[in-house]
Design a protein around this ligand. Structure first.
Ligand SMILES: [Zn+2]
Length: 316
């Protein structure tokens, strides 16, 4: 999810104080993992957007799969407490140890749960650039999330990636063949997607979308995002797992690639022709609403944000 919290830090006041009792009650998640493919499970948050008191910080998805040698967890949520709840949910499925955690990227709703899940020997895998950002902003992110959730996400302990991916890697983890795919800053600096070629399942983090529009933040590289979507389409996955929203199929990836290609072209040519963002937004709504509004829960609001962000990228 997009994190403008670093800016928000400057505008918010003191950290909300909270009692440990209230914190414990508020963090009583009972996650029920759903099997999405053989030995692969999802924990899907119904909430989209930033962590809030209402969603108790649970605004992103986590996934895990079970191998003969242990469990791999993909993304760990917005707090240590959520991580603990994910771990408890895993224990309802298997007694295998948690051997690997993959953090799809540095946005704090995808990794602050690490400390709640990891055992002593758990390898935490991420892209090097993402790990750098985590190290730089992790402490601020914990405080910001605590403010945004009125203290509910608490004072999560930070556990950083220990295994840093630098180039395209294929690995066999407990008899599961895995390929890591890099988006080259498609969504954020240091995104990593995970592809299981035998099972034909892709774990996309925030590079892939299902119910909601693709998340475009100012740091995103839209052409590289589109290229990554096209790469995923070529893999032809049976199951597409996203950072937010329900489990989906390759049709969502095709939809996003087509939409983003159209919008990016519209913004680029509009900018070159000297159009103002509002003119491009009006044009985009006229051209795209009937086809795309039924395909996303937030088309109308997100198209405006996307174009505003993409317009600023043209002059950068
Ligand atoms: Zn994100």
């Amino acid at each position: 999810m997009l994190m403008h919290i670093r800016k928000a830090l400057f505008f918010t006041g003191l950290i909300t104080l909270f009692s440990s009792n209230a914190w414990a009650q508020n963090n009583d998640f009972k996650f029920s993992p759903e099997m999405v493919s053989h030995n692969i499970y999802s924990i899907i948050s119904p909430s989209f957007g930033l962590p809030t008191a209402e969603n108790k910080g649970w605004n992103s998805n986590s996934y895990f799969f079970v191998t003969e040698q242990g469990v791999l967890v993909f993304d760990t949520g917005s707090s240590e407490a959520i991580g603990k709840s994910i771990k408890a949910a895993i224990k309802t499925v298997t007694n295998q140890p948690i051997r690997w955690i993959v953090n799809s990227h540095s946005h704090a709703d995808h990794w602050l749960g690490n400390a709640g899940i990891a055992d002593d020997n758990t390898e935490i895998i991420a892209k090097k650039q993402a790990a750098n950002t985590m190290n730089k902003y992790g402490k601020d992110d914990v405080k910001a999330f605590a403010r945004m959730t009125k203290g509910i996400t608490g004072n999560s302990q930070l556990l950083y990636p220990s295994k840093l991916l630098t180039s395209i890697e294929k690995r066999s983890l407990g008899n599961m063949d895995i390929e890591f795919i890099f988006s080259n800053n498609g969504h954020s600096e240091g995104d990593v997607l995970m592809w299981l070629p035998k099972q034909k399942v892709v774990f996309g983090g925030d590079v892939l979308s299902s119910d909601w529009m693709p998340i475009i933040i100012p740091d995103a590289n839209v052409p590289n995002l589109i290229a990554t979507l096209n790469k995923v389409i070529k893999l032809n996955p049976d199951v597409v797992l996203t950072g937010h929203g329900n489990v989906t199929t390759v049709e969502s990836v095709k939809r996003d690639a087509k939409l983003l290609t159209h919008v990016w072209q519209l913004v680029k040519s509009g900018y070159q022709a000297g159009k103002k963002p509002n003119e491009i937004i009006t044009q985009a709504r006229a051209e795209l609403t009937s086809s795309y509004a039924p395909l996303y829960k937030n088309f109308t609001s997100a198209i405006k944000e996307q174009i505003t962000t993409m317009y600023k990228m043209q002059s950068a």
